[in-house]
Design a protein around this ligand. Sequence first.
Ligand code: FE2
Length: 319
Amino acid sequence: MGDRTFLAGMFTFLSGSYLRRPQLAQAGISVRKPNLLKKLLAFREEGKMMVFNKQQEVKHLRLLVIGDVVGRSGRRAVKENVSSLKKEFKLNFVIANGENAAGGKGITEETARELFSSGVDVLTMGNHVWHKKEAYEYLDRETKIIRPANFPPGVPGLGAAVYDLPGEIKIGVINIEGRIFQQAIDCPFRKADALILKMREKTRIIIVDFHAEATSEKVAMGWYLAGRVSAVVGTHTHVQTADERILPGGTAYITDLGMTGPMDSVIGVNKDIAIQKFLTQIPQYFEVASGPFQFNGVIIDIDESTGEAVTIERIQNYE
Ligand code: FE2
C-alpha cells in the first residue's frame, strides 16, 4: 500500500468525521477542505489524530471492527492495513468478521491464524461458520473465534466471550445471526437479551456483531439493544452503509461494516460468474474474485468507565 493511498484513505475517514460533526454546523463554523487537509496533515505529524474528540480527558478504549474478510484478497487487506492503523490510531482491540475468510465460505485454522498474526484479536462469524467441517474441532478449542450464539445448544464453538485487556479492562464480544432470508435459528433478540444480562455482570463494554441480511432486522436490533451495549455492528451484506451513529444510551451503530475483500467483484464473488447466474438462473459454482482489495470497517471510541460509545467513524481503504 502506497503512502499516498493510505493518506487518501485516512483523509476520507477524518474529513468525513469532521464535516459531519453537528456542533460545528450549529456554531456556524464553515469548513473548507484545503484548510482541513492542512490541519489533518499537521495533526498526523503530531501523532494526535483524534484531537477533534472533545472528551479527551475521559479514558477511551479504541476499537477497530473490520467487515467481512473475504478470501485471499481480504486476508491480504487485513495484513496490509491493520498494523499501520494500530500504530496510527493507537488501537486497543481489533475485531474482524471472518466467516468468508477461507475460500469465501467459512474459516479454517490456517486462515484464522493468519488473521490473528496480522493483528486481529477476535474473529466473529456468520451463516458460513459450518462450511468447513474440518474446523469444527478447532472452533471448540479456539477462544478467539465467536460464532452466532443463536444456533441450537450443543453446536461447536462459543457464541460470546469476555476478553481481558491491560488495565483490568474487560471487553465482551457477542455474535448473533438474523433470521430474515437466513436460516430458521433461535430468536436473535431474545438470545441477545440473555447474553447481555449475563455479560454485564462482568463488563459494560460489549460489542455485538449482528450478521443479518435484512436492513430492517439490523436497524431493529440496534434500537433494541440501544443503551445496553457499546456497539451493534451489522455484517453479511458486504457493502458499507453510511448510517453510522451513536444511538441513545451510548450505543455505536452501523447497519453494515462493508466487505474487506476483492474490489472488482459482486460482493466478493467473481463478477462474470455472478452475472451469468443472474442472466441464466442456472446454478453456478461461485469463485472468490482476485485482484486489488477494499478494506472496510469502523473505529469506535468507548468510555472505559461507562461502556458508552463516544464516536463511531467509518474507515475505508482501497488498493
Ligand atoms: Fe454471511
